[in-house]
Ligand binder design. Structure first.
Ligand SMILES: Cc1cc2nc3c(=O)[nH]c(=O)nc-3n(C[C@H](O)[C@H](O)[C@H](O)COP(=O)(O)OP(=O)(O)OC[C@H]3O[C@@H](n4cnc5c(N)ncnc54)[C@H](O)[C@@H]3O)c2cc1C
Length: 513
């Protein structure tokens, strides 16, 4: 098939895709690449979500790219600032010119004899279906569907006279000033929305079936503020970044090792922050252990202030049905509402719903294992960027980008055309890709490849350890099968994959210069 060929095709122009393109340009300058983006804008998550108060819930010193340090002391920032940061990074590195908007990748077929992918692309602007070829496919497609959020079935929806909106589809014209708003949910989106809506609404009620763990952290990083006065960003940034990496890891590790102690600590901090007599045990005492689900962060306790001022309240109950004027609850009480916001979650989807095929056979992701949390067993020349769930996404996504560059460099130096991970160890079993028990994860995790029970198939949620091991690790690994390529007489671009060998070569260093 005659079509445009690039060495690397990056799919997605969000935080990960822009970062991947920057890394490729820096580390593999000889490689040709393009970025295909389904939407008309850069930024992914940070362009899509426009609900009041949308912000980061991890600090910007670790959410930013290491090659473009976040300056200033503000650690938790609004979505618009993150979007502008991603856009500026793309502009500064000339990546904006590499992005093809309105290009949705729907399928990709690998041919071992040609050692390339043929990628099917739907163009949203012209309605055409086009094809592109690439040597390596790098999906930076995030983890959720853009066209649908998760909304549980609500009885009596048709009776409710007010408006119902999912935060994923919030538009600027939604008027909540002076209205009684009920936010259904208890996750990161709900705890972000409640204090923001409470600034203009008559009252906001957070209606939760069960509580989440919520901790307050300063919106302005005190160390960044201090160092900002005495050191240039170049020196201050790595100190603040590593302080935050270690702090979040310490909170995570303590939560996993000493859940009862962490529960007590969170309860004590909450009781101090909430109004006297507040029923902490009903509204802030989850049924699960800390970090079984993502912990919610509120900057400077803004949620607790809204509750303390009486502008917001929390109800822990179940919805029986919607009525003309609000919600009837299982306890028998009723909540009056003019506007209901269903902060009930995302719909996860692996790799942008791209239909993958290898040599004519459909890839069954659910039966595959993820190698180092970035490649899929049995799928050649493909990687995916998936950040951490217990720390900033970018920490994990950027390590993957670095590792992909290292792999591409290694393959070039050794003359390999294809690399495919294969698990040959029967002792390694598959476990879910993410170990969170949140509803949105459990609903979809079976569609994702599994992680393995042991290294290198295990997806370790520890940036500090991964950072060290990825720098030291050689690309050669018995779990990676490399094959060489040789041009055939048939076509300029055709290759024959041959000399398949498990590369254990001591003579070639894989360290990137
Ligand atoms: C409200 C909200 C707040 C969050 N806050 C934080 C936070 O504070 N810290 C944190 O670490 N994480 C946070 N996250 C997670 C967040 O998604 C990541 O931080 C990060 O933005 C993910 O970037 P990404 O580029 O990998 O994916 P996305 O931002 O989802 O971008 C993916 C891009 O790929 C495109 N795409 C998808 N499929 C295809 C396809 N088939 N063809 C072409 N293009 C495609 C999409 O259109 C999109 O532009 C938050 C998520 C949400 C929803």
């Amino acid at each position: 098939m005659a079509c445009e060929h690039v060495d690397v095709l990056v799919v997605g122009a969000g935080l990960s895709g822009v970062g991947a393109a920057c890394r490729l340009q820096q580390r593999c300058p000889h490689k040709t690449f393009a970025v295909l983006e389904a939407r008309g804008e850069i930024g992914g998550t940070w362009d899509l979500f426009r609900f009041p108060g949308v912000r980061s819930d991890s600090d910007m010193f670790t959410l930013c790219y290491p090659f473009r340090p976040w300056s200033g002391a503000q650690a938790i920032v609004d979505g618009a600032s993150i979007l502008e940061y991603v856009r500026q990074t793309a502009r500064a590195h000339g990546i904006d010119e590499k992005i093809r908007f309105h290009h949705r990748v729907t399928g990709a077929e690998w041919s071992s004899s040609d050692a390339r992918w043929i990628v099917e692309v739907e163009r949203g602007d012209t309605g055409e279906t086009i094809h592109m070829a690439c040597g390596f496919l790098f999906t930076c497609t995030g983890y959720f569907r853009y066209d649908e959020g998760h909304t549980p079935e609500l009885q009596g929806v048709e009776r409710f006279a007010g408006d119902i909106v999912h935060p994923q589809f919030w538009t600027e014209d939604i008027d909540y000033a002076g209205k009684r708003v009920v936010v259904i949910g208890s996750g990161a989106t709900a705890v972000t929305l409640v204090p923001a809506l409470a600034q203009r609404a008559a009252h906001v009620t957070m209606l939760q079936r069960s509580p989440s763990y919520i901790i307050s952290l300063p919106a302005v990083d005190p160390l960044a503020g201090l160092l900002g006065h005495v050191l240039p960003t170049r020196l201050a940034y790595p100190i603040v970044r590593w302080k935050n990496v270690m702090l979040t890891l310490a909170i995570y590790t303590f939560s996993r090792r000493r859940p009862a102690a962490m529960k007590r600590l969170i309860r004590t901090l909450l009781a101090r922050r909430l109004p006297p007599g507040f029923d902490v045990d009903t509204h802030f005492n989850p049924r699960y252990d800390p970090w079984d689900q993502r912990m919610c962060l509120v900057p400077d306790g803004d949620l607790f202030d809204a509750i303390g001022d009486g502008r917001a309240s929390i109800v822990t109950d179940q919805i029986e049905t919607l009525t003309e004027t609000g919600l009837a609850l299982a306890s028998g009480s009723e909540l009056e509402a003019d506007l209901i916001v269903t902060a009930t979650g995302l719909k996860m989807v692996p790799f942008g719903a791209i239909h993958l095929r290898v040599d004519g056979t459909d890839v069954d992701l659910s039966a595959a294992l993820a190698y180092r949390g970035m490649q899929v067993s049995g799928v050649p020349n493909m990687a995916f960027a998936f950040g951490y769930t217990n720390q900033s996404w970018t920490l994990g996504a950027d390590l993957t980008c670095e590792q992909v560059c290292k792999l591409l460099d290694y393959m070039d130096r050794c003359g390999y055309a294809a690399c495919v991970p294969r698990n040959r160890d029967p002792a390694i079993t598959g476990v879910p890709f993410a170990d969170l028990t949140s509803g949105y994860v459990l609903r979809a995790i079976d569609q994702f490849p599994k992680q393995g029970s042991q290294h290198p198939w295990q997806r370790e949620q520890n940036y500090a350890r991964n950072w060290t091991s990825m720098r030291r690790a050689r690309i050669e690994d018995p779990a990676l099968e490399f094959s060489r390529a040789a041009p055939t007489a048939n076509s300029e671009t055709a290759f024959v994959a041959r000399d398949i060998d498990v590369a254990v070569r001591a003579d070639v260093s894989d360290e990137t210069p």
